[in-house]
Ligand binder design. Structure first.
Ligand code: MG
Ligand code: MG
Length: 638
């Protein structure tokens, strides 16, 4: 199947749009008449420019208010159609979209509309043009693809077919299964769009909030399965009206769009094995069994500071790389790598971002297959020369400039710590002088990795992770920062062994916004470690000299009232500087390190019962405490 995208979906002038669309790997474009009108060039120039980018014009649109007109308007719309056909001839477009009439002057009646389409089909046939009819969800007489199909069926003309648009069908909750009875060769074109479930006027929802398949809440997958079952083999095209996308980077939005289509076709191919779908083959979504490591890029001084903090958190500097300035800190199953090399990726990352998480290692069943799938979904593979005795670990570039490495059990990769690292032998005489041994505090594994980004980048991240890995997204929640809103959404797998929280900042005065502004881009802002006993961990931390983030006393007064907790328990929480939350399934305890660097921090959590959340109601108290703590170091005052 060919892929296309409507020029209206992305920002830029026509040339910029075409360049981005071609680079993202699409086969064609829908030319929106307004994009063409705004461009200073003849229709022939535009057609040539499209072809010069290696693209085809898959569709010209829209032609409005055509069917069901009484005279004298009826003759006029046919004249108007002839002029558009002229234009299409010069552009080199052979398919036009006619959306269902919204004019108050139009008359209803399936047969009347069918007659109009038959007559138009006659005229179109003379020019080798095909006409596709789309039911707008807010059409005056036709707002349902089943009626549009009936009109096309009765028009009974080879040059007249139906155009399906997932938004118009799904927004009105029309069962997509009804598509299965349409013959595939009478479907001339398929437009795909998703949208977040918002209860609002259909037209407004459609014009401003559409997004890429998989980014919203509509069942675009069910829609596409039904389309595939008809035998349709034409183009799949994205028609996305979204204010944010139109203000965003044409390059990145195009890549997201292409990824969304490839992912959707992959899902459909797996669900409907009898259907011939010419989409790229790839391994199925990759199950992740855990985070194998998190790597920081740092200079020596930062590494010392981070090491000191890890030490008080109960980590032990366990191993050192055989040939590089790279240390492995360990506790439970948690591997933290600190890389102070003066070249290679970590160093480059440090030069741009300062100390930061430059790399995450995920445990997967098959690392090569993971990279293969990621590449098929437009992710960028990563390679750097490996030194003697080092393993070549499959990797891709993540979002925000970091890397993601994949470790599996099928190869030597699982033994990377033994092969590339050696135990820190004589800890007392170590040249770094820090105490390398420490009493553990009961941290067992990474509970979640929290990534902070601009709000606009959240959909990109969401699609990236859910398309490559076997994960689902949770609903978005708002986190209140005193300086503005931060949106939060989670990518997680069923077992909870991979949890990535995405925080989208709308402005740079929020703690999250400050972090990305100072760091020049999105990145991991905190790591949460799991303990099975928060109070025992808090006591052990205190014995190690760890200074937790201090939470205001008012928080605990409020907590007592909110959850009806007894005062001894509240006192225990207060002593531990622990935050508390509860849902129907269980309880959640959190405590934090103070921020360091440009606002990075560690969190320690305990989940009791089946608590599935992340303590979102507590975030505002945590943020206020962090801001109090950071202010002397240059946080802006409010
Ligand atoms: Mg449409
Ligand atoms: Mg957290």
């Amino acid at each position: 199947m060919k892929t296309a995208i409507a020029t209206v979906s992305i920002a830029g002038d026509l040339r910029e749009k075409l360049a981005a669309i071609a680079a993202a790997g699409f086969d064609g474009v829908e030319i929106f008449e307004n994009d063409f009108l705004a461009y200073d060039g003849s229709p022939r120039d535009v057609g040539q420019m499209v072809r010069d980018y290696g693209l085809e014009i898959s569709l010209f649109q829209p032609f409005r208010d055509f069917e069901g007109m009484p005279e004298p308007q009826r003759s006029k719309v046919f004249d108007r159609a002839e002029r558009k056909f002229d234009l299409m001839g010069e552009l080199g477009a052979d398919l036009v979209l006619i959306c269902s009439n919204v004019s108050p002057a139009s008359l209803g009646g399936i047969d009347r509309a069918a007659r109009d389409f038959h007559d138009l089909g006659e005229r179109a046939a003379k020019r080798g043009i095909r006409v596709g009819y789309e039911a707008l969800a807010w059409g005056r007489h036709v707002n349902d693809h089943r009626d549009a199909w009936e009109i096309v069926r009765r028009a009974d003309h080879a040059n007249v077919g139906i155009i399906l648009d997932s938004f118009h069908t799904l927004a009105r909750k029309i069962d997509p299964e009804s598509i299965r009875s349409i013959p595939g060769d009478k479907i001339f074109f398929v437009q795909l769009a998703d949208a977040p479930q918002i209860d609002m006027d259909l037209l407004y929802w459609s014009r401003h909030f559409r997004n890429m398949p998989g980014e919203g809440d509509l069942d675009v997958y069910g829609f596409m399965r039904a389309v595939a079952a008809t035998g349709y083999e034409g183009t799949l095209s994205l028609e996305i009206f979204n204010d944010q996308f139109r203000g965003g980077s044409p390059k990145f939005i195009s890549v997201d769009g292409h990824r969304s289509l490839v992912y959707l076709m992959d899902r459909v191919r797996r669900a409907e094995p009898d259907i011939r779908l010419t989409s790229p083959e790839m391994p199925d979504r990759i199950a992740v069994s855990g985070v194998e490591f998190v790597e920081f890029a740092a200079d020596e001084e930062e590494a010392r500071e981070l090491g000191t903090l890890l030490h008080t958190l109960g980590f032990e500097r366990a191993r050192r790389h055989v040939s590089k300035d790279v240390d492995l800190w360990r506790q439970g199953e948690i591997n933290i790598v600190i890389n102070t090399e003066r070249d290679g990726f970590a160093h480059a990352s440090h030069v741009v971002h300062g100390m930061n998480v430059c790399d995450i290692g995920l445990r997967v069943e098959n690392a090569e297959a993971t990279v293969e799938r990621a590449k098929a979904l437009d992710a960028e593979p990563f390679d750097q020369p490996v030194g003697p005795g080092e393993l070549k670990i499959p990797a891709i570039r993540g979002l925000g400039g970091g890397l993601i490495h994949f470790i599996d059990e099928q190869s030597d990769l699982a033994k990377v710590w033994d092969i590339e690292f050696q135990p820190v032998a004589d800890k007392s005489t170590d040249k770094r002088g820090d105490k390398a041994t420490s009493a553990g505090v009961g941290l067992t594994r990474i509970d979640h990795v929290a990534q902070t980004m601009n709000y606009e980048e959240m959909l990109t991240s969401l699609l990236f992770y859910t398309s490559i890995f076997e994960t689902e997204k949770t609903p978005m929640v708002d986190v209140v920062d005193p300086a503005g809103l931060v949106r939060s959404q989670v990518i997680e797998n069923a077992e909870g062994s991979l949890r990535i929280t995405l925080n989208g900042a709308e402005n740079r005065r929020t703690l999250a916004g400050h972090f990305i502004a100072e760091r020049f881009g999105s990145a991991v802002q905190h790591l949460a470690f799991e303990t099975s006993d928060i109070f025992a961990t808090a006591a052990a931390l205190a014995a190690n000299g760890f200074q937790p983030l201090e939470i205001s006393g008012n928080y605990y007064d409020d907590l007592e009232a909110r959850f009806d907790l007894d005062s001894a328990f509240i006192e225990q929480l207060k002593q531990a500087h622990a935050l508390y939350d509860r849902d129907e399934q269980g309880e959640y305890f959190q405590l934090y390190s103070p921020g360091f660097g440009e606002g990075f921090f560690f969190e320690i959590v305990e989940r009791r019962g089946g608590y599935r959340g992340y303590g979102a109601p507590n975030a505002q108290f945590r943020i206020a405490a962090q801001k109090r703590h950071m202010r002397p170091k240059g946080m802006p005052k409010y």
